[in-house]
Design a protein around this ligand. Structure first.
Ligand SMILES: [Zn+2]
Length: 399
């Protein structure tokens, strides 16, 4: 059984490596084409950034494979011998938390390299070591409390119900909805400062847009994103009709009002077309399928990893293998999402104008140094948005 699982995992890893290598090859050719959209200097920089990032992905994928082997052959049994006696809820929590903590610590160097070396070199990252450490401590604290409670709940469900995978699915889905609902007001303020938007003209324009899309504003805020990163973004938070609008200070600095309203119009298009609800439904379907799959694994799977099939085993096997399983349905997600993006672009350009949205998208790409072309396999597996060149063509721009 371990050979079978190992082979399937190997296939998944090789596919990921192949896609990264194909993307690197694609970019090394495409960077010699005339610069599309970006200035030629930024086009070259974007190609360089993309290549460096994909190389890092390759190394971290190889690292993940080694980590998988470590857990499969040796790690899980050792951890079980170390902290599981009876198999109750508390022991399960310790087991699962230790598993996650080891993974976190082992992959930390990649995060540090990407934040402090790569993203600094390309002028994105502005974070100080102090902020990084404070962020990490806060995240760890949130994980200990929230993560601990969730793992305890799932362990209890597994130990109590025969159809545990169905109840676990319901619980995890409820937690996801809960986090979506409360993230902007409870968690995000722990990391960033939110200031009500002062520009009253812009404020009333945004409220007007929201009203047209059938939404109500529960506050429009700017966020001090620039203390960590220079990239531009904006989002609408909260479920239901009442939305909290968050504009990154970096976005406000770079876009004029028309462009900003076109970008927000695009986001509102997602609400208007019920994309958020559709996304939630698709996520629920995927989660359901994953829980049904992992909830009915034969005992041989646990034996292959040398552990028992109790709550701790079920959760850890889910964490270890679910990303590999769900990777193969990503193209379907991506396809649906990319289709929605075109429709949201249409709505955004109706709110303002095609020109305003096109020029905003170009500025975003230029500032974020996103390379505007990609290999078709890379697009299929990783892109939730169509390549910028295609979006601009759809907006009637001459690119
Ligand atoms: Zn979108």
């Amino acid at each position: 059984m371990l050979i079978l699982i190992g082979t399937l995992y190997f296939f998944y890893a090789v596919l990921k490596l192949y896609i990264s290598a194909a993307e690197i090859r694609f970019v090394s050719h495409a960077k010699n084409l005339p610069a599309a959209i970006l200035s030629s200097e930024n086009y070259q920089k974007a190609a360089e950034y993309k290549t460096a990032n994909e190389k890092l992905h390759i190394v971290s994928n190889l690292y993940d494979c080694a980590l998988f082997l470590f857990w499969a052959v040796f790690g899980l049994k050792t951890l079980e011998a170390f902290c599981m006696n009876g198999g109750g809820v508390f022991e399960s929590v310790i087991f699962v938390m230790s598993f996650i903590a080891v993974n976190y610590i082992i992959t930390l160097p990649f995060d540090i390299y990407s934040t402090f070396v790569l993203d600094k070199k390309f002028g994105f990252s502005t974070i100080s070591a102090k902020t990084y450490i404070i962020d990490s401590i806060k995240s760890a604290a949130i994980f200990l409390v929230l993560g601990g409670l969730i793992i305890a709940l799932i362990s209890w469900i597994i130990l109590t119900f025969t159809w545990w995978w169905l109840w676990s699915f319901a619980a995890v889905f409820a937690v996801i909805l809960f986090i979506n609902m409360f993230y902007p007001t409870l968690i995000a303020p722990l990391f960033n400062k939110f200031t009500p938007l002062e520009n009253s003209e812009l404020k009333s324009s945004i409220e007007g847009l929201m009203q047209k899309a059938g939404l109500k504003s529960s506050g429009i805020f700017t966020m001090d994103a620039s203390k960590r990163d220079n990239r531009l973004n904006a989002y609408f938070g909260g479920l239901g009709k009442s939305k909290r609008v968050v504009l990154f200070d970096t976005l406000l600095k770079k876009l004029n009002s028309n462009e900003l309203l076109a970008v927000l119009g695009h986001e509102l298009g997602h609400f208007k077309h019920k994309d958020i609800l559709k996304n939630i439904a698709v996520t629920a379907a995927l989660l359901f399928a994953l829980f049904a799959f992992f909830g009915n694994l034969p005992n041989g799977v646990y034996e292959a990893f040398g552990i028992r099939s109790g709550a701790h085993g079920a959760i850890v096997i889910f964490l270890l293998l679910s990303s590999a399983v769900s990777f193969f349905v990503m193209p379907l997600f991506g396809y649906l999402s990319r289709k929605n993006e075109y429709k949201a672009d249409e709505y955004g350009s109706e709110c303002e104008s095609k020109e305003a949205l096109a020029s905003a998208l170009m500025k975003l790409a230029d500032e974020n140094k996103s390379f505007p072309r990609s290999h078709f396999l890379y697009i299929a597996f990783y892109h939730t948005h169509p390549p910028l060149v295609e979006r601009l063509k759809a907006l009637g721009a001459d690119v």
